[in-house]
Design a binder for this molecule. Sequence first.
Ligand code: FAD
Length: 468
Amino acid sequence: MTDETSGLEQVREALTDLAIEDNASIVKQKSRDFFWYSPVLKKQLDQVTGDLVVTPKSEAEVIQVLKACYAHDVPVTVRGAGTGNYGQAMPLAGGVVLNLAELNAIKEIGPGRVTCEAGALLSAIDEAAKPSGQELRLHPSTYRTATVGGFIAGGSGGIGSIRWGGLRDLGNVIRARVITMEAEPRVLDMTGADLAKVLHAYGTNGVITEVEMPLTASYDWVDVIVAFDAFMDAARFANALGVQDGILLKELGVISAPLPHDYFLRHRKYLRPDQSVCVLMVAPFAMPALAAFAGHWKADIVYRSDTADAEEKKGLPPVFELSWNHTTLRGLRVDPTITYLQILYPYPDQIEKVEKMANLFADELPGHLEFVRFDGNVTCFGLPVVRYTSEERLNEIIRLHEEAGCPVFNPHRYTLEEGGMKQTDEQQLAFKREADPKGLLNPGKMIAWDDPDFDFAADGPFLFHGLK
Ligand code: FAD
């Protein structure tokens, strides 16, 4: 028996009263996330699997797991719903997959806030908050499947970002309760500036068991699709609409022809192949204002859910499931050879940059923009579809964007640094030293921990030693 297997056996013995799964095919299935969006990650991570899935039902059980794994040097990778698409939740060093799906109680709803366990689904939180006339400010397009803990540990923003900015903006998370990976795990309630230590840290430096999130007024949002003959017309319309502060929006995205017609199969009847669209979620009271704004632009509203009857709406997904990474998902279902990128078009010349890149790449990168409030200004992220040919060309496309002043958050890398700003987050690293001294939490995702001298300017990705 190797040290590794004996460690796992000892962990299993220490956790006999917990729900443990060791069937290899179920463990592999529960080890996977949406890494396969990327042909590059698909090649690197396809064989990755944990050894055991442990499903705690309480914070006390989470502590029990961390204590046992620490004592026997077994890695732990936390899993919410496994919808991350940077391979965040892939257990590169094997060990325990800590499945938080059953740690999902919604504990308290008050004016402007909700307290819940980390495994609560975002849609379940809104359902519970709805009777009080409230809802979450932000959610990913995976609203119906993703957990709130996974969103704040692995996501960045999404639906609601046009009004509220991103998850890491101060105030968009109130508190996170974090368990450390030590001989005696500590329970820390983090608020204010301290939250930056664990937000979007991929669970590399603590396990979040409970969160407190801000709530805002809830609406029966109206889904709207506006069609345009040219992508740049749609982009300019969205850019102007985004700063109409009186028109309350929850989603403002633009998708270039021919993608809406080719990928949004259930909405196809509203769309021509040569039309680009703007997809919107609009507060009901703002619909007359939206219609007036569209009128000024001579823009064509081809669908609005508030005037569609029940028969027409049957089978139509909500527009948030046409947006953000759902656009890519719908594309992959039609054409599995595509992939995508995530790009920031910085304020104030976002539209010039979008146009320059659209002209440069044409149909190799059909455009997809998501407008957001970024440090108070409205700008857009790009999630263009990439008609993928090779890894070399993909890297060249990334380089050309960066040279044009458009930072790329590379979804073809599984590390925090390469998927982000290509530098170490010193605060997250310092907290990892304190909270996970043996480096057992989600190994391989923080380069600074494994290879402090890694050169981000050199060619080639970081390759975790377990994958080499
Ligand atoms: P997981 O994928 O299970 O985990 C994400 C990361 O967080 C992993 O590193 C995991 O180890 C860690 N983690 C999970 N729970 C905890 C915890 N309790 N404590 C510590 N670490 C933890 N993202 C966006 O930001 N916006 C979008 O609009 C969006 N749209 C998407 C659409 C599709 C179709 C897909 C496939 C992905 C999309 N994503 C989006 C990415 C993903 O859905 C979000 O990041 C989501 O919130 C992840 O939640 P999850 O519960 O699935 O987390």
